[in-house]
Design a protein around this ligand. Structure first.
Ligand code: KIV
Length: 274
Protein backbone atom coordinates (compact mmCIF):
# COMPACT_ATOMS: atom_id res chain seq x y z
CA UNK A 1 0.00 0.00 0.00
CA UNK A 2 1.55 3.30 -1.11
CA UNK A 3 0.61 6.96 -0.68
CA UNK A 4 -1.90 8.28 -3.22
CA UNK A 5 -0.10 10.36 -5.90
CA UNK A 6 -3.29 11.23 -7.81
CA UNK A 7 -3.05 14.61 -9.58
CA UNK A 8 -6.83 15.08 -9.74
CA UNK A 9 -7.69 18.51 -8.27
CA UNK A 10 -9.68 18.12 -5.04
CA UNK A 11 -13.29 19.35 -4.98
CA UNK A 12 -13.79 22.37 -2.72
CA UNK A 13 -14.79 21.30 0.78
CA UNK A 14 -18.51 21.73 1.47
CA UNK A 15 -19.47 24.25 4.14
CA UNK A 16 -22.55 24.97 6.26
CA UNK A 17 -23.66 27.86 3.99
CA UNK A 18 -23.06 25.65 0.93
CA UNK A 19 -25.40 22.99 2.37
CA UNK A 20 -28.10 25.63 2.89
CA UNK A 21 -27.58 26.87 -0.69
CA UNK A 22 -28.02 23.30 -1.96
CA UNK A 23 -31.48 23.30 -0.39
CA UNK A 24 -32.30 26.69 -1.93
CA UNK A 25 -31.10 25.46 -5.35
CA UNK A 26 -32.99 22.15 -5.10
CA UNK A 27 -29.72 20.20 -5.24
CA UNK A 28 -30.00 16.96 -3.25
CA UNK A 29 -27.44 16.33 -0.50
CA UNK A 30 -26.00 12.81 -0.84
CA UNK A 31 -24.98 11.43 2.55
CA UNK A 32 -23.68 8.17 3.99
CA UNK A 33 -22.22 6.90 7.25
CA UNK A 34 -18.58 5.81 7.46
CA UNK A 35 -16.32 4.69 10.26
CA UNK A 36 -12.79 4.33 8.85
CA UNK A 37 -10.30 5.96 6.48
CA UNK A 38 -10.46 3.25 3.79
CA UNK A 39 -14.19 3.60 3.12
CA UNK A 40 -13.93 7.38 3.60
CA UNK A 41 -11.48 7.59 0.68
CA UNK A 42 -13.94 5.79 -1.62
CA UNK A 43 -16.79 8.01 -0.40
CA UNK A 44 -14.67 11.05 -1.26
CA UNK A 45 -13.77 9.67 -4.67
CA UNK A 46 -17.44 8.92 -5.43
CA UNK A 47 -18.35 12.59 -4.95
CA UNK A 48 -20.66 12.07 -1.98
CA UNK A 49 -21.43 15.33 -0.17
CA UNK A 50 -21.67 14.42 3.52
CA UNK A 51 -20.39 11.67 5.83
CA UNK A 52 -21.76 10.95 9.27
CA UNK A 53 -19.73 9.04 11.84
CA UNK A 54 -22.93 7.71 13.35
CA UNK A 55 -23.39 6.00 16.68
CA UNK A 56 -24.76 3.24 14.44
CA UNK A 57 -21.14 2.10 14.70
CA UNK A 58 -22.22 0.44 17.95
CA UNK A 59 -24.41 -1.92 15.93
CA UNK A 60 -22.57 -2.33 12.60
CA UNK A 61 -18.93 -2.22 13.84
CA UNK A 62 -19.06 -3.22 17.50
CA UNK A 63 -21.87 -5.80 17.23
CA UNK A 64 -24.15 -4.39 19.93
CA UNK A 65 -27.96 -4.59 19.80
CA UNK A 66 -28.38 -0.83 20.12
CA UNK A 67 -26.40 2.41 19.92
CA UNK A 68 -26.49 2.93 23.70
CA UNK A 69 -23.04 1.45 24.54
CA UNK A 70 -21.19 3.86 22.22
CA UNK A 71 -18.95 6.36 24.03
CA UNK A 72 -17.55 9.77 23.16
CA UNK A 73 -14.08 8.16 22.96
CA UNK A 74 -15.43 5.71 20.33
CA UNK A 75 -16.88 8.51 18.22
CA UNK A 76 -13.76 10.69 18.49
CA UNK A 77 -11.56 7.75 17.46
CA UNK A 78 -13.68 6.98 14.37
CA UNK A 79 -14.02 10.70 13.45
CA UNK A 80 -10.22 10.91 13.38
CA UNK A 81 -10.00 7.80 11.17
CA UNK A 82 -12.64 9.07 8.72
CA UNK A 83 -11.27 12.63 8.63
CA UNK A 84 -7.88 11.31 7.48
CA UNK A 85 -9.57 9.62 4.49
CA UNK A 86 -11.53 12.68 3.32
CA UNK A 87 -10.52 15.73 1.35
CA UNK A 88 -13.76 17.46 0.37
CA UNK A 89 -16.68 15.69 2.04
CA UNK A 90 -18.53 17.45 4.87
CA UNK A 91 -17.99 15.46 8.09
CA UNK A 92 -20.61 15.19 10.86
CA UNK A 93 -20.05 13.45 14.22
CA UNK A 94 -22.85 11.89 16.29
CA UNK A 95 -23.04 12.76 19.96
CA UNK A 96 -23.57 9.33 21.57
CA UNK A 97 -26.06 8.41 24.30
CA UNK A 98 -26.06 10.97 27.15
CA UNK A 99 -23.11 12.94 25.73
CA UNK A 100 -25.68 15.73 25.28
CA UNK A 101 -27.44 15.24 28.64
CA UNK A 102 -26.04 18.49 30.05
CA UNK A 103 -24.72 21.63 28.42
CA UNK A 104 -21.19 21.08 29.74
CA UNK A 105 -21.04 17.48 28.58
CA UNK A 106 -22.32 18.47 25.15
CA UNK A 107 -19.78 21.27 24.81
CA UNK A 108 -16.92 19.01 25.85
CA UNK A 109 -17.93 16.14 23.54
CA UNK A 110 -18.60 18.49 20.60
CA UNK A 111 -15.28 20.27 21.02
CA UNK A 112 -13.48 16.93 20.95
CA UNK A 113 -15.38 15.89 17.79
CA UNK A 114 -14.52 19.14 16.00
CA UNK A 115 -10.89 18.92 17.09
CA UNK A 116 -10.79 15.36 15.67
CA UNK A 117 -11.92 16.66 12.25
CA UNK A 118 -15.73 16.96 12.23
CA UNK A 119 -17.42 20.13 10.97
CA UNK A 120 -20.74 19.56 12.75
CA UNK A 121 -22.23 17.44 15.54
CA UNK A 122 -25.56 15.65 15.45
CA UNK A 123 -27.87 15.11 18.39
CA UNK A 124 -31.22 13.39 18.79
CA UNK A 125 -34.51 14.85 19.98
CA UNK A 126 -36.15 18.16 20.88
CA UNK A 127 -37.48 19.12 24.37
CA UNK A 128 -34.53 19.92 26.63
CA UNK A 129 -32.18 19.25 23.69
CA UNK A 130 -33.30 22.60 22.22
CA UNK A 131 -31.29 24.32 24.97
CA UNK A 132 -28.29 22.17 24.05
CA UNK A 133 -28.60 23.07 20.34
CA UNK A 134 -28.86 26.78 21.19
CA UNK A 135 -25.92 26.57 23.62
CA UNK A 136 -23.67 24.88 21.05
CA UNK A 137 -24.72 27.16 18.18
CA UNK A 138 -23.97 30.23 20.32
CA UNK A 139 -20.47 28.76 20.78
CA UNK A 140 -19.92 28.43 17.01
CA UNK A 141 -20.54 24.68 16.88
CA UNK A 142 -22.75 23.73 13.92
CA UNK A 143 -25.49 21.30 14.93
CA UNK A 144 -27.58 18.74 13.04
CA UNK A 145 -30.85 17.76 14.75
CA UNK A 146 -32.36 14.27 14.46
CA UNK A 147 -36.11 13.63 14.78
CA UNK A 148 -38.57 10.82 14.09
CA UNK A 149 -37.13 7.47 15.07
CA UNK A 150 -34.33 8.43 17.45
CA UNK A 151 -32.44 5.18 18.17
CA UNK A 152 -31.10 6.43 21.52
CA UNK A 153 -34.76 6.40 22.71
CA UNK A 154 -35.18 2.70 21.85
CA UNK A 155 -35.94 1.65 25.44
CA UNK A 156 -38.77 4.17 25.75
CA UNK A 157 -40.05 3.61 22.20
CA UNK A 158 -40.06 -0.16 22.72
CA UNK A 159 -38.32 -0.86 19.40
CA UNK A 160 -37.35 0.67 16.08
CA UNK A 161 -40.70 1.85 14.74
CA UNK A 162 -42.01 4.43 12.28
CA UNK A 163 -42.84 7.69 14.09
CA UNK A 164 -45.47 10.36 13.38
CA UNK A 165 -48.19 8.16 11.87
CA UNK A 166 -51.05 9.48 14.05
CA UNK A 167 -52.24 13.07 13.54
CA UNK A 168 -51.19 14.20 17.03
CA UNK A 169 -47.71 12.67 16.68
CA UNK A 170 -47.32 14.24 13.23
CA UNK A 171 -48.30 17.64 14.61
CA UNK A 172 -45.73 17.31 17.41
CA UNK A 173 -42.99 16.27 14.98
CA UNK A 174 -43.66 19.30 12.79
CA UNK A 175 -43.57 21.59 15.84
CA UNK A 176 -40.34 19.94 17.05
CA UNK A 177 -38.73 20.39 13.61
CA UNK A 178 -39.61 24.09 13.63
CA UNK A 179 -38.20 24.41 17.17
CA UNK A 180 -34.95 22.64 16.22
CA UNK A 181 -34.51 25.00 13.25
CA UNK A 182 -35.33 28.01 15.47
CA UNK A 183 -32.76 26.85 18.07
CA UNK A 184 -30.39 27.40 15.22
CA UNK A 185 -29.55 23.93 14.06
CA UNK A 186 -28.05 23.92 10.55
CA UNK A 187 -29.35 20.54 9.36
CA UNK A 188 -32.04 18.04 10.39
CA UNK A 189 -32.09 14.25 9.97
CA UNK A 190 -35.59 12.75 9.70
CA UNK A 191 -35.60 9.00 10.36
CA UNK A 192 -38.52 6.65 9.69
CA UNK A 193 -41.35 9.13 9.29
CA UNK A 194 -44.18 9.01 6.74
CA UNK A 195 -43.09 10.51 3.40
CA UNK A 196 -45.93 13.07 3.39
CA UNK A 197 -44.95 14.35 6.84
CA UNK A 198 -41.25 14.59 5.86
CA UNK A 199 -42.30 16.61 2.78
CA UNK A 200 -44.34 18.96 4.97
CA UNK A 201 -41.46 19.45 7.41
CA UNK A 202 -38.98 20.01 4.57
CA UNK A 203 -41.18 22.72 3.10
CA UNK A 204 -41.78 24.34 6.50
CA UNK A 205 -38.18 24.93 7.62
CA UNK A 206 -35.28 26.85 6.07
CA UNK A 207 -32.56 24.32 7.00
CA UNK A 208 -31.94 21.23 4.86
CA UNK A 209 -33.54 17.92 5.87
CA UNK A 210 -31.71 14.62 5.34
CA UNK A 211 -34.03 11.63 5.20
CA UNK A 212 -33.59 7.97 6.05
CA UNK A 213 -36.84 6.11 5.56
CA UNK A 214 -38.52 9.51 5.13
CA UNK A 215 -39.42 9.51 1.45
CA UNK A 216 -38.14 11.35 -1.61
CA UNK A 217 -38.99 14.95 -0.68
CA UNK A 218 -36.22 15.54 1.85
CA UNK A 219 -33.38 17.83 0.76
CA UNK A 220 -30.94 14.93 1.02
CA UNK A 221 -30.73 11.23 1.84
CA UNK A 222 -28.52 9.16 4.12
CA UNK A 223 -27.95 5.41 4.44
CA UNK A 224 -25.80 3.37 6.78
CA UNK A 225 -22.73 2.20 4.84
CA UNK A 226 -23.23 -1.50 5.63
CA UNK A 227 -26.89 -1.36 4.49
CA UNK A 228 -25.96 0.36 1.22
CA UNK A 229 -23.43 -2.42 0.54
CA UNK A 230 -26.02 -5.13 1.27
CA UNK A 231 -24.04 -6.48 4.22
CA UNK A 232 -25.56 -8.59 6.94
CA UNK A 233 -25.20 -6.43 10.03
CA UNK A 234 -27.01 -8.97 12.20
CA UNK A 235 -30.19 -6.89 12.39
CA UNK A 236 -33.52 -6.82 10.55
CA UNK A 237 -33.17 -4.96 7.22
CA UNK A 238 -35.55 -1.99 7.19
CA UNK A 239 -37.58 -1.41 4.01
CA UNK A 240 -35.82 1.90 3.21
CA UNK A 241 -32.53 0.07 2.59
CA UNK A 242 -31.25 -0.67 -0.91
CA UNK A 243 -28.23 -2.78 -1.85
CA UNK A 244 -26.24 -0.61 -4.29
CA UNK A 245 -23.30 -3.04 -4.43
CA UNK A 246 -25.41 -5.40 -6.55
CA UNK A 247 -25.91 -2.55 -9.03
CA UNK A 248 -22.51 -0.82 -8.80
CA UNK A 249 -20.28 -3.92 -8.97
CA UNK A 250 -17.61 -2.54 -6.60
CA UNK A 251 -17.54 -0.44 -3.44
CA UNK A 252 -16.70 2.70 -5.42
CA UNK A 253 -19.32 1.75 -8.03
CA UNK A 254 -21.93 1.27 -5.31
CA UNK A 255 -21.22 4.72 -3.85
CA UNK A 256 -21.39 6.28 -7.33
CA UNK A 257 -24.66 4.46 -8.14
CA UNK A 258 -26.16 5.62 -4.84
CA UNK A 259 -25.07 9.24 -5.45
CA UNK A 260 -26.52 9.20 -8.97
CA UNK A 261 -29.80 7.65 -7.78
CA UNK A 262 -30.24 10.25 -5.02
CA UNK A 263 -29.37 13.16 -7.32
CA UNK A 264 -31.74 11.98 -10.07
CA UNK A 265 -34.56 11.30 -7.59
CA UNK A 266 -34.60 7.57 -8.46
CA UNK A 267 -33.84 6.72 -4.81
CA UNK A 268 -35.74 6.42 -2.58
CA UNK A 269 -38.66 4.96 -4.50
CA UNK A 270 -42.18 4.55 -3.10
CA UNK A 271 -41.29 1.01 -1.97
CA UNK A 272 -38.64 2.47 0.39
CA UNK A 273 -41.06 4.84 2.15
CA UNK A 274 -43.89 4.79 4.69
O1 KIV B 1 -26.07 6.71 13.72
C1 KIV B 1 -26.41 6.81 12.54
O2 KIV B 1 -25.84 6.18 11.64
C2 KIV B 1 -27.50 7.71 12.22
C3 KIV B 1 -28.06 7.67 10.83
C4 KIV B 1 -28.90 6.48 10.67
C5 KIV B 1 -28.78 8.92 10.47
O3 KIV B 1 -27.96 8.43 13.06
Amino acid sequence: MYANDSKAPPRPRLTVPALRKMKADGQRIVSITAYDAGFARSVDEAGIDLVLVGDSLGMVCQGHDSTLPVTVDDIVYHVGCVARGLSSVFLVADLPFQADATLDRALDASTRCLQAGAAMVKLEGAGHKLDVIRFLAEREIPVCGHLGLTPQSVLRLGGYKVQGREASAAKKLLADARAVADAVADLLVLECVPSALAAEITAAIAIPTIGIGAGPSCDGQILVLHDLLGMNSGHRRPRFVKDFLAQGGSVLGAFQAYAAAVRSGAFPGPEHGY
